[in-house]
Ligand binder design. Structure first.
Ligand SMILES: C[S@@+](CC[C@H](N)C(=O)[O-])C[C@H]1O[C@@H](n2cnc3c(N)ncnc32)[C@H](O)[C@@H]1O
Ligand SMILES: CC(C)=CCC/C(C)=C/COP(=O)(O)OP(=O)(O)O
Ligand SMILES: [Mg+2]
Length: 295
């Protein structure tokens, strides 16, 4: 499906755009305002859930069928999208009990795919923040098209200083968005907005302290996305300093590889595939889920 021309509702008013807190945040806002990679838009078009994160799980080769088949590329796109949605489902699995009346925070919400999934699963309110006005408009337009704009809303806000009231969120998350900020500042804000007993979840790529220091491929990924990948140790330390107590730490690296290996064979490659595949294989980079209790 396409979101461009089939609106059944009037487009939402453009989001209010506050000045970026730092020049770097201005760079990141511009980056995402201009992002339109087919690997993201064509996958999102499969069912209207637009993600900016990667996939987990085994490839369903039976569903893909014969690479010589004229429908193969379409099936490959659907399969990559299925794996990306499986990643978001796993994140939601770790949010704990969420009631319809609860409010959740998606910190760095992108085009809003995870927010829609959270609302569809729990019936709750979801507030998203992104630096990009284009992304916030996109997410709000999608929510309008789905008729869930009273429950799912994105704003142009800094995730280090959100509009949520202290203790307002029953749960909050970062889905591949924590590599753009200082982790102590980030977890201080999550600890502020989360109710005591609330749950925080992140899925992220991090460098592995067992490797020593960030590898060359991690530097490539940082340069590619203008981000700053943290170490696994930094995550755990910054959580401990901010009343976030890990309840689960899951190494998703083996589950992430099939997605990358399939993507590397597609026409939608962006050039970063080998850096992910090789750094996952050499042990310098890990894909992890961390779920923590706000105590
Ligand atoms: C890789 S995308 C992930 C999007 C989304 N979580 C998903 O899974 O589809 C990174 C997101 O982080 C957001 N971001 C980065 N730094 C931010 C900040 N300081 N405040 C708010 N959003 C931020 C970007 O605007 C972008 O939406
Ligand atoms: C795990 C790490 C280090 C993630 C960095 C953040 C990031 C850019 C995620 C994917 O976004 P995307 O879906 O827009 O990227 P792509 O175009 O490569 O699919
Ligand atoms: Mg993508």
């Amino acid at each position: 499906m396409s979101v461009s021309s089939t609106h059944s509702v009037a487009p939402a008013a453009p989001a209010f755009v506050p000045a970026p807190a730092t020049p770097y945040q201005g760079d990141i806002a511009r980056y995402w305002d201009h992002e339109a990679r087919p690997v993201n838009l064509r996958l999102g078009d499969v069912d209207g859930l637009y993600h900016h994160h990667y996939g987990i799980g085994d490839v369903d080769h039976a569903a893909l069928g014969d690479p010589e088949d004229s429908e193969y590329e379409k099936k490959l796109i659907a399969e990559l999208h299925r794996l990306e949605s499986a990643q978001a489902e796993l994140l939601l699995d770790h949010l704990g009990t969420v009631r319809r009346e609860d409010t959740l925070l998606d910190a760095g919400c992108g085009r809003g795919g995870s927010m829609v999934m959270a609302h569809q699963r729990f019936g709750c309110h979801v507030e998203g923040v992104t630096l990009s006005a284009k992304q916030a408009d996109f997410a709000n337009r999608r929510a309008g098209e789905l008729g869930i704009e009273d429950h799912v809303h994105a704003r142009v806000r800094n995730m280090l200083s959100t509009h949520l009231e202290t203790g307002q969120a029953a749960a909050s998350w970062n889905n591949e968005s924590s590599m753009y900020v200082d982790l102590h500042d980030l977890f201080a804000e999550h600890a502020r907005v989360l109710a005591v007993g609330g749950r925080y979840v992140t899925i992220t790529g991090c460098w592995n302290p067992r490797y020593g220091q960030p590898s060359k491929r991690i530097s490539q990924i940082n340069a590619h996305f203008e981000c700053n990948i943290h170490s696994r140790r930094e995550y755990l330390r910054a959580m401990a300093d901010n009343r976030l107590v890990p309840q689960a730490v899951i190494d998703l690296t083996p589950a992430a590889l099939p997605y990358w290996e399939l993507r590397a064979t597609s026409s939608l490659v962006t050039g970063i595939e080998e850096a992910f595949i090789q750094s996952y294989k050499d042990g310098s980079f890990q894909y992890v889920l961390i779920a923590a209790d706000r105590v």
